[in-house]
Design a protein around this ligand. Sequence first.
Ligand SMILES: Nc1ncnc2c1ncn2[C@@H]1O[C@H](COP(=O)(O)OP(=O)(O)OP(=O)(O)O)[C@@H](O)[C@H]1O
Length: 258
Amino acid sequence: MSHVVVDGLTKQYGDVTALDEVSFEIPSGEFVIILGVSGSGKSTLLRCMSALTQPTSGEIRIDDRPMVSPRPEVAMIFQQHNIIGDLSAYSNALSGGMNRSGFFESLLQLQDDDEKYRALEALDTVGLLEESTQKARRMSGGQQQRVGIARALVQEPEVLLADEPVASLDPGSAQDVMKYLQTASVERDLTTFISLHQVNIARKFGERFIGLRDGQKVFDGYRDELTLDVIDEIYGDIDTEGMFVDTDASEGTTEASP
Ligand SMILES: Nc1ncnc2c1ncn2[C@@H]1O[C@H](COP(=O)(O)OP(=O)(O)OP(=O)(O)O)[C@@H](O)[C@H]1O
């Protein structure tokens, strides 16, 4: 578990201000959803938090240490899951431990039994133990994303960052992936940050929410504070109706209830 501080974070790309003095503090173990329209700065925030992108000013501290370069305890999951289709789910998961076992050992699968056990345990966490020998490319998009989560878990992170992990999935698979991310976060005491644009899914799974608009933080609060007015503030004039996907067939509603 890790405590995360984002302090006056600004990222400038030429004339574009992708992040503008964003600050917040997240206690260990919280499950945080970052909400905002396309271009609001969600990816830039997560990339700065993982030190894949350097901020123009401000800093991120994880357990009081400035995040100046990537660290193994901070894992990132991408929308395009970046897994290798020709390898099995197990081999993909196992490669998450490369920071411990080394590149060549990982390539030749010479990891020790502990690493192999970690990979199986991670596949179990994402509900894919029985599919572990299946080639990744034969799996559905949702399953492939779960393999990507397993690989991140094998890294043994304390902070998990996921950039739009369900953007390309159908609503059912999106919910499955969110459920497994939530399970992993609880089981492993992870401080978790997930960027999403689907409001209903965010409300269903999120605990704490950071709302970004034009690079500025316009909301920071918990689920009961995420009212329709707040959602309007985050999304501005954009019609949010399409972002309210059904999260439960029995609910049959496209409206957020407070
Ligand atoms: N490498 C880059 N070079 C130049 N501009 C960039 C770069 N990355 C992001 N931007 C700009 O910064 C702003 C924020 O982009 P960012 O990708 O962080 O937003 P986002 O909310 O994640 O959007 P999306 O959901 O479409 O990825 C946008 O105006 C974008 O065009």
